[in-house]
Design a binder for this molecule. Structure first.
Ligand SMILES: [Zn+2]
Length: 244
């Protein structure tokens, strides 16, 4: 589903040369948070690659271990034949404050427009679907680049949630990263992965719950797992040998 992704959106699609990252990687401002912080995506690989993979390091601002994986991936870049997009965090205000929600106190993973419901407390879902600029920025990018696979990193349960459209992809990722493939007790209303799985049924999106404490070894294994899976999804040989 990879396609040319050079369109510029609403004045925020500014591609900049990356100073620290894979050769040819491009850093793009995809939106701004409630408090005006930059939301950045880093793109590497060819836009006409056989598979496009998107990784989001953190959407909950108090679950930031995935951001270290994101930085590794940005440094390594896309494997041959694949296209890789990395958003270190969709919630820079929450990361700065150490809070789950954004600066409005909204749980951004309950703010997407599939099965949105009004929720209060720690999972406050906002005043309506896509009420938050961070969710809108994420959706805009996914609609534009149409990832074949999106991985959202969370903490602290230590599992790969078997909830996407292509369970074999999640099982393969679980094997590669060395975490169990299991079911979170959802389904979670208004979550980003459910929105993608519903909106783009040819693609798959799932949550990886890293453990509370993530060692450098696990960070490295996670980054390698993303790149291996991206390469396999881009390979016609493997593609033809699976149920994909
Ligand atoms: Zn989370």
């Amino acid at each position: 589903m990879a396609r040319c992704a050079k369109a510029v959106f609403a004045g925020v699609g500014i591609a900049l040369a990356v100073t620290a990252g894979a050769r040819g990687a491009e850093r793009e401002l995809i939106g701004r948070s409630v408090d005006g912080r930059a939301i950045v995506a880093v793109h590497s690989g060819a836009a006409d690659a056989a598979a496009t993979v998107l990784v989001v390091g953190a959407i909950h601002g108090d679950e930031t271990a995935g951001m270290r994986i994101a930085r590794r991936l940005i440094a390594a870049g896309a494997p041959r034949g694949a296209e890789l997009w990395v958003i270190p965090t969709l919630n820079p205000d929450g990361v700065a404050a150490g809070t789950r929600g954004n600066a409005h106190g909204v749980d951004l993973n309950r703010n997407w427009p599939f099965d949105w419901r009004p929720l209060d407390g720690g999972e406050y879902s906002g005043t309506g679907p896509l009420s938050e600029p961070e969710s809108r920025a994420g959706r805009r990018l996914i609609q534009r680049i149409r990832p074949d696979l999106t991985i959202w990193f969370h903490q602290p349960f230590g599992l790969v949630d078997a909830s996407g459209n292509q369970p074999w992809v999640e099982r393969r990722f679980a094997d590669l990263i060395g975490l169990p493939s299991s079911h979170l007790p959802g389904p979670y209303p208004g979550s980003a992965s459910r929105w993608q799985n519903h909106t783009f049924p040819q693609s798959t999106a799932f949550v990886v719950e890293l453990p509370a404490v993530v060692s450098p070894a696990l960070t490295g294994r996670a980054s390698a797992a993303v790149r291996t899976l991206a390469a396999e999804l881009s390979s016609p040989r493997v593609d033809g040998a699976t149920s994909r």
